[in-house]
Design a protein around this ligand. Structure first.
Ligand code: M6R
Length: 613
């Protein structure tokens, strides 16, 4: 996720901005830049890569790293629109180079705005959605930057945190946010903005938290606040007591917990980026090159590793269910050494959070050799996977820092569902009205996830009683079995508990021999037609002394008599439940790790990106 800083005061701005950006490095980024206003006017310096390359660029010019300016804005970019490059890095400026903008978020209507601005003669330089903001402000600029910003905001759709400076209005920084974080730091004779508190702590612990659509105007000696219509607002200052490390995690104890809690937003961002509203809401994959020819496939093969493979297993069910097309989910490390019978009419979907997993890339290259067309689902713009695939669908999860994948998984699922539904539409399996209701169900998932997260203390309490269990088995059927696979992996990874996943019907074919009084069985029960089968399976494990936690829908009392504990999730379509039912399991893994005194963010022996075999 991008990082924003802004400074106006009496110190040389460049080191303040670079230092602030360093404090935001934990958010992940691929390029960085600053714009400062000083004696030489508005100067913009930006560079692909880590902060030292920007520092070197500035130092090679000045010798000491300053540009004689006491105000400016800075940015670390996590690429979304357009590859990491000097040109796509922020800040972006208007055509004349007098207005500079840094942005975190997604301008959803950027394509329309770009076309409109181009029709007014604007020539774009970058591939970013952000550049439209700079041109739009310039379009409305009539000597008053605040007014130009409020006018521009009226045209923006999507999410944004923005820092804006203007050469002809040199004594203030304008900042505004909607659905992306931005805090204002109130110092002595200096004021700052930042995406997150750590970037402010060296200067001040007094902050203002901006609400959606609130505008802050920072002068050296004061900060003024306005609503989106330009009316003045009074805001309460808060004092930050956290240390810098806690602040990086947004007040959460660990990145894993932070990322679990970020899922509602990540789901909304991933979904919104792929919907269009033209005579009713529909799925927009044309923008990424997915046309009707893709739906002529003979078969869909999904290849991935680890958590991403679990997303693939759910994808297999989703393709069969929504698009009635044969589908397979392949473990990439196995696939690459088999002699698979693939056909040029197969479509490969390769899923990888990092886009750099060695086995996954090898599977993709094999598919390519066999003549198949390839769709990548990845979280990293410009990754090897993104570059080599025919078509890329990005997850909008933002950087995932904890080794255990959580928000990347649920956003991968969102992508898989969108592709499966679009396949279904193009193949004539899904009628228009059915698609509308599936999309509505997808749109509700973010709110449902928020509700599950609001009850996380229940899982925490359950974990505090059960964390010492030496055997934990997850079981379910169909979509619930796939979630069991992911849940067992999560628990293994972060709490080092021996956990396994079983297709519930397989229990009596062997695994039940392991069940005794030391076993906890988590039964995921969201496939309504199979409730009675699951109930029998739960009774079987209970009869052998196991404790049973059931995860099922709100309002379902089917398992109340059988289970020791029931955790409920909001009702959705049975085929979409994985996005919800996995959340309590992620929380359970997290709280077990914490109860065991382990650091869930850095599990032993594991790496975030497995770039070697
Ligand atoms: O970056 P990728 O999605 O390709 O990574 C695949 C696996 O290495 C990854 O999902 C791994 O299983 C995680 N540690 C799961 O939490």
């Amino acid at each position: 996720m991008c990082g924003i800083v802004g400074y106006i005061g009496n110190e040389e701005a460049v080191p303040v901005l670079l230092n602030g950006l360093k404090r935001l490095e934990y958010r992940g980024y691929d390029s960085a830049g600053i714009a400062v206003l000083g004696q030489a006017g508005l100067l913009v310096r930006k560079s692909k890569g880590a902060l030292p390359s920007l520092e070197d660029k500035i130092a090679s010019e000045t010798g000491q790293g300053g540009l004689n300016a006491v105000m400016g804005i800075g940015h670390t970019r996590w690429a979304t629109h357009g590859e990491p490059s000097d040109i796509n890095s922020h800040p972006h400026t208007d055509v004349s180079g007098k207005i500079a903008v840094v942005h975190n978020g997604i301008i959803e209507n950027h394509a329309k705005l770009k076309a409109w601005l181009e029709a007014h003669g604007v020539v774009f330089r970058s591939e970013t959605d952000t550049e439209v903001v700079a041109h739009l402000i310039d379009f409305h600029y009539n000597g008053d930057l605040l007014q130009a910003v409020t006018e521009a905001l009226k045209r923006l759709e999507g999410s944004y945190a923005l820092g804006i400076i203007c050469e002809s209005d040199p004594d203030r920084i304008i900042a505004v946010r909607k659905e992306s974080p931005l805090v204002v730091g109130a110092g002595q004779g200096e004021n700052l903005i930042a995406s997150d508190v750590p970037a402010l702590l060296e200067h001040t612990r007094d902050v203002y938290y901006l609400a959606d659509r609130e505008i802050a105007v920072l002068y050296r000696d004061r900060v003024e606040f306005f609503n989106e219509d330009g009316q003045s607002l009074q805001k309460e200052k808060s004092h930050v007591d956290w240390d810098a490390e806690a602040a990086e995690k947004g007040g959460y104890e660990h990145f894993m917990l932070k990322e679990i809690n970020e899922q509602p937003k990540a789901l909304t961002d991933t979904l919104r980026a792929r919907l269009k509203n033209e005579g009713g809401t529909s799925i927009n994959l044309e923008e990424i090159g997915f046309d009707a020819s893709w739906a002529e496939a003979r078969r869909v093969v999904i290849a991935a590793c680890g958590t991403a493979w679990h997303a693939g297993v759910i994808g297999k069910h989703a393709f069969e269910y929504f698009a009635q097309i044969p589908a397979d989910a392949e473990i990439a490390s196995e696939y690459r050494y088999r002699n698979p019978l693939s056909d040029p009419k197969d479509i490969f979907i390769i899923i990888s959070q990092s886009g750099e997993t060695a086995d996954t890339l090898a599977a993709m290259r094999m598919a390519r050799k066999a003549g198949a067309r390839i769709i990548a689902i990845t979280n990293v713009v410009g990754s090897t996977l993104a570059r080599e695939a025919d078509l890329v669908m990005y997850t909008w999860a933002g950087p995932e820092i904890a080794v255990a994948s959580t928000k990347a998984f649920t956003t991968q699922l969102m992508c898989v569902y969108l592709i499966a539904l679009q396949f279904g539409m193009l193949r004539g399996v899904i009628a228009k009205n059915e698609l509308t209701s599936h999309i509505e169900a997808l749109e509700q998932l973010s709110g449902h996830a928020t509700r599950i997260l609001s009850a996380q203390e229940n899982i925490q309490r359950f974990a505090s009683r059960q964390f010492n269990k030496t055997k934990v088995f997850f079981m379910g059927r169909l979509f619930d079995y796939a979630v069991s696979l992911e849940s067992a992996l999560k628990l293994k990874e972060v709490s080092y508990t021996h956990s396994e996943a079983f297709a519930a019907g397989e229990l009596k074919h062997g695994p039940i021999a392991l069940v005794d009084t030391s076993t906890l069985v988590v039964a995921i029960c969201t496939q309504t037609a199979l409730f009675d089968k699951m109930d029998s399976n739960i009774k079987e494990v209970k009869a052998r002394g196991a404790a049973a936690l059931v995860i099922t829908y709100d309002g379902v009392d089917y398992f109340d008599k059988t289970a020791d504990e029931v955790f409920r999730i909001p009702r959705t379509e049975d085929s979409l439940t994985p996005i919800l039912s996995v959340i309590p399991c992620q929380l359970y893994a997290y709280y077990c790790a914490v109860q065991r005194g382990l650091d869930p963010d850095k599990p032993r022996n594991l790496a975030k990106s497995v770039t070697v075999e």
